[in-house]
Write a protein that binds this ligand. Structure first.
Ligand SMILES: [Zn+2]
Ligand SMILES: [Zn+2]
Length: 325
């Protein structure tokens, strides 16, 4: 599969697949997040994305009939779409639609299967170090929870839809985020890896390597993670295995690569958020607990519907060379 985007971005960007079939052209690793900073602002024109003032949530999402987000990319910040830096998407991902697709452009997240297995990762390591203006993130991308068995075993029912051949391996993540991020003049595009969870697992955007809805198509494990070609375990939405106890606003689930927080599904009052409650980059502004202080600050949220997490950056990204998928 090869998909050309309806807009042209100068300078072809390498694309990496994390999905089942792999892709010979996809060799770019997403490991070094500090190496080539500020790649996300160069490729596409910034647009102004006003901050949403809505802080509550409508919670009105039917989990059995979620719109499949295939090809929902945009060349400017747009609610419900991913403002992507990629000029094209190349293959990879699941090879067949699972029976959780309803056949009418929607899918049933309550019916989706997960990759089997209970693999422990005792070497998991993550550290967030606050110092001056920066938050230094060091991690090896191994999760603090069990994962499924990867490569996906031939006798795993998931193999009928997604033959992910990749193995989970230790990575080297070291990136310096702004401790108190500021809004940039406009939104900037994203490409693959958008942030890191509080447990050190990278968070990718909602696309697979083919520009399809990764959460709908790909079969991840019970914690919503799977490895891409260089072995990096990652999520495409906010993992249900991250601690999000309580009934009010969700807890911090991770940091986007512009330094802003990524929170779970619940907005103020504990109501599940939808795209309609959030701005073009999938965030909003209200008072949150930030490193122990109450501050009014922009932050991203998870939703049950595509694009699931960050869909563009509102701050200045430190994102390095990144993989799609
Ligand atoms: Zn919030
Ligand atoms: Zn993936």
């Amino acid at each position: 599969m090869k998909r050309l985007l309806p807009f042209f971005i100068a300078g072809a960007l390498a694309v990496s697949a994390c999905g089942s079939e792999g892709d010979d052209t996809a060799t770019e690793s997403s490991v070094a997040t500090t190496a080539a900073a500020v790649t996300t602002t160069a490729a596409a024109a910034a647009t102004t994305a006003p901050v949403a003032t809505t802080t509550g949530g409508t919670g009105a999402v039917d989990l059995t009939r979620l719109a499949v987000g295939d090809d929902q990319f945009a060349s400017t910040a747009t609610v419900g779409k991913i403002f992507t830096c990629q000029s094209e998407f190349n293959g990879g991902g699941a090879q067949a639609q699972g029976p959780w697709f309803n056949g009418d452009g929607t899918w049933d997240s309550t019916a989706k299967i997960a990759v089997q297995g209970e693999v422990q990762w005792d070497a998991a390591s993550v550290k967030f170090t606050l110092g001056g203006d920066s938050r230094l993130v060091t991690a090896n991308a191994l999760p603090d929870h069990d994962t499924g068995t990867f490569p996906i075993a031939a006798d795993d029912p998931a193999a009928a839809y997604d033959r992910n051949p990749n193995s989970i391996s230790e990575q080297t993540i070291s990136t310096d985020l702004p401790a108190v991020p500021a809004l940039a003049g406009g939104a900037s595009c994203i490409r693959g890896e958008v942030g890191i969870a509080t447990n050190g697992v990278p968070i990718y955007d909602g696309f697979d390597a083919g520009g399809r809805d990764a959460v709908a198509w790909e079969v991840q494990d019970a914690c919503h993670g799977h490895p891409q070609q260089s072995g990096q375990y990652h999520y495409h939405d906010v993992s249900p295995c991250l601690d999000d106890e309580g009934e009010g606003h969700s807890l911090l689930a991770g940091y986007a690569y512009d330094g802003f927080g990524i929170y779970g599904l619940r907005g103020e009052g504990g109501v599940a958020l939808t795209n309609a409650d959030l701005d073009e980059c999938h965030g909003h502004t209200h008072t949150i607990d930030w490193d122990g202080a109450e501050v009014e600050m922009y932050h991203y949220h998870a939703t049950a519907e595509f694009p699931y997490t960050v869909s563009c950056f509102r701050g200045t990204s430190t994102q390095g060379p990144s993989a799609g998928g």
